[in-house]
Write a new protein. Structure first.
Length: 292
């Protein structure tokens, strides 16, 4: 995170983390209903060569953490392997549906070949979303995720804020089965970020959150300029999160402009926000020693 106006203004709040958000340079073509990137991949050119060039410069920079997302990063394991090879000395996280048709190869990639992958965020959005995506690319069985060595975060977008305690408990118990043998698995209930604004980011009035408060043991609360997290512990000890995040990366706080990350698009374009803004790009790149 970089404060465009004066980095000293934020040095005592959080450690300024140097991060990059990288969209894979290939279109999976699955068109999962929960995917926020379908239009971008349908209309934007993609270039593996240009992306690899950017990643080589990231590898030579002071950027610490890289999030690889899509689309579906695991739709082209050869291309993903090339990306991870360049980033093998960095800390990498991957967002994925973890499709069943290549589950064994994906597991080998993350668990054995590239220890730089420190965690995967797996989409399991339940109800209609999970069913709708299944006919396009069947998600791997829960037990496959439970057998992985790499830490797993299960992401479940909240579709019904009035969900009953019984329904919430059924989702928690579903993943507690895997947690029994995999202690580095956690469950994240996530608000739809398209409905999160700067005004309601830190407003804790969700009936869904109330259900979690009434049924699980409070663990801790964490907040930042772009996110808001409340965590709970299930009876098994599994961590259950209520998560909100803004649908953009650049935050304005009074006279300050906060840049949270570098964003690399499928065509290799380097920006500072998900809407392809380049505000403060030169300053951010200078801060992380990245050569534009």
């Amino acid at each position: 995170m970089y404060c465009l106006d004066n980095i000293d203004n934020i040095k005592n709040t959080v450690r300024p983390k140097k991060t990059a958000h990288v969209y894979v340079p290939y279109n999976c073509g699955r068109k999962c209903p929960f995917c926020e990137s379908r239009l971008m991949y349908d209309t934007m050119d993609t270039s593996l060569d240009k992306t690899l060039d950017v990643l080589r410069r990231i590898a030579d920079s002071d950027i610490e953490d890289i999030m690889i997302t899509g689309g579906e990063p695991c739709a082209d394991l050869d291309a993903l392997s090339k990306m991870l090879e360049v980033l093998k000395d960095k800390i990498v996280y991957v967002n994925t549906l973890f499709p069943s048709e290549t589950a064994a190869d994906i597991a080998k990639l993350f668990d054995e070949e590239y220890p730089c992958v420190k965690g995967i965020n797996v989409s399991r959005h339940c109800n209609s979303y999970e069913k709708d995506s299944a006919f396009l690319a069947a998600p791997a069985e829960d037990s496959v995720l439970g057998s992985l060595k790499v830490p797993v975060r299960i992401n479940c977008v909240i579709q019904n804020k009035e969900a009953t305690a019984e329904w919430v408990d059924s989702v928690v118990k579903r993943w507690e089965v895997q947690y029994a043998n995999k202690k580095n698995l956690e469950l994240h209930f996530r608000e739809d970020f398209n409905k999160v604004t700067a005004e309601n980011l830190h407003v804790q009035d969700s009936p869904f959150l109330k259900t979690l408060c009434e049924n699980y043991r409070y663990h801790y609360y964490n907040m930042g300029t772009s996110f808001d997290d409340v965590s709970f512990l299930a009876d098994s000890g599994m961590t259950v999160y209520y998560h909100k995040i803004l649908p953009y990366s650049i935050c304005k706080i009074g006279p300050l402009t906060i840049l949270h990350e570098m964003v690399v698009f499928p065509d290799g374009d380097v920006c500072t926000d998900w809407n392809q803004s380049k505000e403060g790009l030169e300053q951010y790149c200078q801060w992380v020693n990245f050569k534009l």
